[in-house]
Design a protein around this ligand. Structure first.
Ligand code: PDD
Length: 278
């Protein structure tokens, strides 16, 4: 398997970076995960725009142009014969002498990109996933896609210990989002609800894609925060992310959502989204 590190392609097994890299020491790094479907990048422009915003937010210059990023992604797809899966990219602030909080005035970023072949539309999309509610213990700038992911990594471990697949994170009595996806519900009034954008959540590229697709669909969309109780009494729930696309949520805290099976609105959105991708 071939990855891209620094400014060259390399074997994933031999990829090495300095332990003094600020990504390693401080999670001073931006990342993006782009879906590849039928050999094509999904919503790449959206991912590039968000990368730019995150890098600005963490004071790291974007080391590559849009064309530069596109070429690395396309080359990795070709070299690894990737038809379905993900491309992970990370830009860290780089390595400089010993550990120093502030670091140098300007950064020379470390770039790392690799391809992950996997089915994006598989068991989870068909049968659904189970969630648990967990306190959202992340920092306040969740709108930036940084590698500061310990809170989410621990949330996934807790979910697994309880026999679930993911967590719905809760703050001030409302769901923010899922551990690595945006959260949606369909309520009894037939409203499709997902939280409005703010620093409290990541502005998902898949979320934006779904909102675009649903314009003029006749579905009643509402962007607002919802409570755990609203989620439990919802007719349907699902998550959106590049990693799992549209994943029906069939139970939360062991309680069935709706019929306990993926619902019709979720299925409709899956169909529309897969169509638009293919
Ligand atoms: N996660 N919210 C959080 C906290 C996320 O980590 C993600 C994506 C999303 C969905 O964003 P998008 O639709 O742009 O993928 C929402 C990626 C897939 C990950 O960390 O692997």
């Amino acid at each position: 398997k071939t990855a891209y590190l620094g400014n060259a392609f390399c074997d994933v097994e031999s990829a090495r970076i300095s332990p003094f890299d600020r990504g390693f020491l401080f999670a001073h790094a931006a990342y993006e995960v782009t879906a590849v479907y039928a050999g094509h990048l999904v919503d790449f422009g959206g991912h590039m725009a968000r990368l730019d915003r995150t890098l600005k937010g963490i004071g790291v210059p974007n080391p590559l142009s849009g064309e530069g990023w596109t070429k690395i992604h396309r080359d990795l797809i070709a070299i690894n014969s990737l038809t379905e899966g993900l491309i992970y990219l990370q830009v860290s602030a780089g390595a400089y002498g010993l550990r120093d909080f502030a670091g140098p005035e300007t950064f020379q970023p470390t770039v790392f990109v690799y391809a992950d072949a996997r089915r994006l539309i598989g068991d989870a999309a068909r049968d659904g996933i189970r969630a648990i509610f967990l306190d959202d213990s992340r920092w306040k700038r969740r709108d930036m896609k940084t590698t500061q992911l310990l809170s989410q990594a621990l949330a996934y471990r807790t979910a697994r210990e309880s026999g679930a697949d993911t967590a719905f994170l809760v703050e001030d009595g409302h769901v923010t989002e899922a551990a690595s996806a945006n959260a949606w519900i369909v309520n009894g009034e037939g409203q499709l609800v997902t939280r409005d954008l703010s620093p409290s959540i990541l502005p998902g590229i898949t979320r934006a894609g779904v909102l675009d697709l649903l314009e003029g669909s006749g579905l009643h969309l509402v962007e607002r925060a919802f409570t755990p109780d609203e989620a439990l009494s919802a007719k349907e729930a699902f998550t959106t992310s590049a990693g799992a696309m549209i994943a029906p949520v069939v139970a939360i805290d062991g309680q069935a959502i709706g019929t306990g099976r993926p619902g019709p609105v979720t299925r409709q959105i899956q169909r529309l989204y897969y169509q638009a991708m293919g």
